[in-house]
Design a protein around this ligand. Structure first.
Ligand SMILES: Nc1ncnc2c1ncn2[C@@H]1O[C@H](COP(=O)(O)OP(=O)(O)OP(=O)(O)O)[C@@H](O)[C@H]1O
Ligand SMILES: [Mg+2]
Length: 501
């Protein structure tokens, strides 16, 4: 169990590291960069102070050289006086002594502040020797002079011990060498610090370059990954679209098939109602009429009953006709689409008090049966809806056929000037009228469009493809008249010659 827990922890840790790898890398890089900057700044300060120390040491060394030179000058002024006994040389001697004392004071301040104990002691010793040398020199000038000299400018000239010139020169050169070495050491240290700075700066630059390379590489990988994901998404979307299109086609085919089946069943039922029930009712009516005629004089009461039975039979026949009409509009089968639409519109306009604007072809047209049924049913449902909801006063029905060499299309337009369909009505799913129209049209590869009119009313347009058989309205209109109550001429597309009873 502990092994499993450890493995889980390790995998969580590695997952966390993987997710946070960039954050960790950036943090490490920032820490390293900050550390490098601190090192660079420290090195810069050290280099500055080392340069300062080197400059100071060089300055001291030069001052020591100057002191050596000033001592030589002092000696030359002394010798000149001893030879010439000129007061001017004595004054020059004192002036040199003053310069030497100033240099010694300046050097003394530096040795007291910066030099180590041995150097300080050596310098103090030298300073004392030089002082004594100035003093003994001044005394020698005084003794050699024929008159009393004013040696106040030489300062304290009481010291009398003789100074060893070679000791002074040797110690001065020792001190100078020391300062030269110190300057050299400071310069070496500053060069070493410069090398460290260069290395750190190079390291930081290399780190940044590596980070940039990694960043761009990672960005490239990420862009590639996103592009692949996008491509995959597009492929999936295309597959999905294809599937949806296929399913839609299947559903349309199914809808088409179901409607065809339903229309066929209706046609068959209508035929049976017409042939069987119609025959029975007609026979009954003829029998009852015969019995009524026979009994009219002898049995007036029974004749009266039979007259009522005849009326009931008439009602039955009318009902049967209406049912047949609904199931299989005989006017469509008999007279064609244009007449069927005109009849439908006339009846509806009469019932609802509409002013009718019919824009139908003057002659009948012949389309294939299913297209005609689809257009007729759409018109039927549109008029029913207009009657139920529109509260319209005017109704327009238009039908146009456009035939081209390879085919053509038929377009049906129905518009009312009523209250107008609402957007919510267009998306209703629990009603079947609009949906049925859409399905019928889609199943035949057509276009269905319903919209609210501007400023009011409802506008429906249906466009269906038709095969150009060469049959024109004039041709198809011929031989199809009210006299041919048995239906369309033989050879025409309808196989349901449902005649009137
Ligand atoms: N010409 C019209 N004017 C105003 N509203 C309309 C018109 N035609 C349809 N509608 C609105 O659209 C809705 C949907 O119509 P649809 O024919 O689909 O359903 P229905 O007539 O209510 O029911 P069903 O046709 O299934 O018996 C209707 O309920 C009605 O509110
Ligand atoms: Mg309806």
């Amino acid at each position: 169990m502990p092994d499993v827990a450890e493995a889980g922890l390790a995998s969580r840790l590695s997952g966390w590291m993987h997710r946070r790898s960039w954050a960790i890398a950036m943090t490490v890089a920032i820490v390293i960069t900050c550390g490098g900057l601190v090192i660079l700044e420290t090195a810069r300060q050290r280099i500055a102070s080392e340069y300062e120390a080197a400059l100071e040491a060089r300055g001291v060394s030069m001052q020591l050289s100057d002191l050596d030179g000033q001592l030589a000058q002092l000696r030359s002024h002394e010798s000149a006086f001893l030879l010439t006994k000129r007061d001017g040389d004595a004054r020059s001697y004192c002036a040199s002594a003053a310069v030497i004392r100033r240099t010694i004071r300046s050097l003394d301040a530096w040795f007291t502040r910066a030099a180590d104990g041995v150097e300080r002691a050596s310098f103090t010793q030298i300073a004392a020797l030089i002082d004594a040398r100035i003093g003994s020199g001044a005394q020698a000038l005084q003794q050699a002079s024929p008159h009393r000299l004013d040696l106040a400018a030489c300062g304290d000239v009481t010291a009398s011990s003789t100074a060893d010139a070679s000791l002074v020169t040797g110690t001065l050169s020792l001190l100078r060498d020391n300062e030269e070495r110190r300057a050299q050491r400071a310069l070496d240290a500053s060069r070493a610090d410069q090398r460290v700075s260069t290395l750190v700066a190079a390291g930081l630059s290399a780190l940044n370059i590596v980070l940039f390379i990694l960043l761009f590489r990672n960005l490239g990988i990420e862009i590639d990954r996103q592009a692949r994901a996008q491509k995959q998404l597009i492929t999936q979307q295309e597959e999905l679209d294809q599937l949806v299109n296929e399913r839609t086609r299947q559903l349309e085919a199914l809808g088409w098939h179901l409607q065809a089946v339903s229309e066929n069943e209706k046609t068959q039922l209508a035929r049976e109602l017409h042939d069987e029930l119609g025959a029975i009712l007609t026979a009954s009516k003829m029998d009852v009429a015969w019995a009524r005629r026979k009994l009219q004089d002898t049995e007036p009461a029974i004749a009266e009953k039979l007259a009522r039975a005849l009326e009931t039979l008439d009602q039955g026949i009318a009902l049967k006709r209406r049912i047949i009409e609904d199931m299989r509009p005989t006017v469509l089968a008999t007279f064609g689409l244009v007449t069927a639409l005109r009849t439908l519109a006339d009846e509806a306009a009469q019932r609802n008090g509409w002013v009718l604007d019919l824009q139908l072809p003057a002659d009948d047209i012949q389309l294939d049966e299913q297209t005609e049924i689809a257009l007729f049913r759409v018109a039927q449902e549109s008029l029913t809806n207009a009657a139920k909801y529109a509260r319209a006063t005017q109704l327009t029905i238009g039908l146009t056929v456009l035939l081209t060499a390879g085919g053509g299309e038929v377009s049906l337009h129905i518009a009312d000037n009523g209250i107008g369909i609402t957007p919510a009505d267009l998306t209703r799913t629990h009603t079947h009228g609009l949906m049925g129209m859409r399905q019928r049209v889609a199943a035949r590869g057509g276009r269905f469009d319903i919209r609210r009119g501007d400023p009011r009313g409802t506008d429906i347009r249906v466009v269906l493809p038709v095969a150009n058989t060469g049959a024109t309205s004039a041709e198809s209109g011929e031989g199809r008249s009210a006299d041919e109550a048995g239906g369309r001429a033989p050879g025409q597309h309808t196989d349901a010659p449902v005649g009137r009873l």
